[in-house]
Design a protein around this ligand. Structure first.
Ligand code: FHN
Length: 424
């Protein structure tokens, strides 16, 4: 029999992650937590008595809130329930291996102590303390990698910052290059200097960013030689990561990629967005993404108090229950070798002994109890439920290998079958 790769339709891409020490953790991680947090959680989608339909963190722009009015919200930002240890614990329990937090979003509000602008949590809020520092400490303590989102171009409060479709308040006007030189670059230096190792740098919305302006940031990024950067700095910088957003690419991608998604319809907390995706659909997104060789960055929008909204806590726990017994089928796996499986997806792991482990991610159970694996020619050495190790028998009919399985999952976590097959 040919190798697994020969026998199934040729892969629509080559899994070309360059295994270097700098990116080795990436494929092992597969699952991270995005956190969007800031002053926009105070109005939380409502301005002047009107509910705005857009993203919570875009309210200042969508409602054209004047700078002075928006800055007043900071006087109410006092996250007394902020508990970064607990945040990291919840991320870890869900099976997440890294956290990416907005250190400064488009409203220009810095969640860290910055000398480059007083529009920050220490100077502008009653809370008066750096929010990033304790999170970095909690991540270090709990072995969680930490990444930083930084809105390098859009800044609707610091003078001269870009605004995707123009400023609405004269107080925002100023030189964009002055903003880059005096706010953005110094702040990127602050976040890459003051909080220890930074695993990922998440640029976003490169409005007005030219090659020359983008190039100015690179010597600062070099302060963190092992950092992985995304493809949104601007200019012709592609970074290390392709970053589809709110969707999973139809076919696999060459190299490192990460899709980021929300659990409802907003990144930043909104009082009235209750359109939550089910835990099951979030687990499916994780499986789909890993089965194409990508990472899943799932967003949390904490409330202004620092609490995670209850629906998010519930979903993180549900994902964690599935990951407790199935994470081996996600971490350190590579994309499915199959072009198509009628009943679900697969992830793969090459074993040191030359054999291959296949994790069959079953969504639809066969009514006849025979899970056919089209295109698999290799000898099946063993088959079992990953969740409880229960052995399964296999067979072959009309030249198609199959696994004998029940007609439905034993429970909501027994959805993965671990196959050991001979060779590649
Ligand atoms: O404009 C931002 C948005 O607020 C959010 O941060 C997302 C997350 O990927 N990025 C931009 C929209 O693409």
């Amino acid at each position: 029999a040919g190798s697994l790769k020969d026998s199934v339709a040729t892969k629509s891409r080559v899994h070309a992650v360059v295994e270097t020490s700098r990116t080795a953790w990436w494929e092992k991680a597969r699952f991270g937590m995005f956190i969007h947090w800031g002053v926009y959680t105070i109005p939380a989608g409502v301005y002047d008595g009107k509910e705005y339909p857009g993203l919570g963190e875009w309210l200042m722009h969508d409602a054209k809130i004047p700078v002075a009015t928006y800055k007043d919200y900071a006087k109410k930002f006092n996250p007394t329930e902020y508990n970064p240890e607990q945040w990291v614990k919840m991320a870890k329990a869900a099976g997440m291996k890294y956290i990416v937090i907005t250190t400064k979003h488009h409203d220009g509000f810095a969640l860290f102590d910055s000398k480059a602008s007083d529009w920050n949590v220490v100077k502008a809020t009653p809370y008066g303390k750096d929010l990033i520092k304790p999170l970095a400490e909690a991540c270090r303590k709990q072995g969680m990698k930490l990444g930083f989102y930084y809105s390098q171009a859009n800044d609707w409060n610091n003078k001269g910052g870009a605004a995707a479709d123009g400023h609405w308040d004269k107080a925002q006007d100023g030189s964009f290059d002055d903003y880059i030189d005096k706010v953005a670059i110094p702040q990127v230096r602050e976040i890459l200097t003051n909080y220890g190792d930074v695993a990922e740098l998440w640029w976003d919305v490169p409005t007005d960013m030219t090659k020359e302006r983008a190039a100015k940031f690179l010597p600062v990024v070099a302060l963190q030689p092992n950092i992985i950067t995304n493809d949104r700095l601007g200019g012709d910088d592609k970074g290390d990561l392709f970053t589809p957003e709110q969707y999973i690419p139809a076919t696999g991608i060459k190299g490192l990629w990460e899709t980021c998604m929300t659990m409802n319809n907003t990144w930043g907390f909104k009082t009235n967005d209750h359109d939550w995706k089910s835990g099951k659909s979030l687990i499916r997104n994780l499986i789909e993404t890993a089965s194409k060789g990508g990472n899943y960055l799932l967003n949390v929008g904490p409330e202004p108090t620092g609490k995670f909204p209850a629906p998010i806590v519930e979903r993180l726990a549900e994902i964690g229950k599935w990951m407790d017994v199935n994470s081996e089928s996600i971490y350190g796996t590579t994309a499915s070798p199959f072009k198509y499986l009628p009943w679900g997806r697969a992830t793969e792991k090459a074993e040191a002994n030359g054999n291959t482990t296949l994790y069959l991610q079953v969504y639809t159970w066969p009514t006849d109890g025979k899970l056919l694996i089209p295109g698999l020619d290799n000898t099946i050495l063993s088959a079992k439920f990953l969740a409880n190790g229960k052995a399964l028998t296999t067979g072959k009919a009309n030249d198609q290998l199959f696994v004998n399985v029940p007609t439905a999952a034993l429970d909501e976590t027994s959805t993965v079958i671990k196959l050991t097959i001979k060779g590649k």
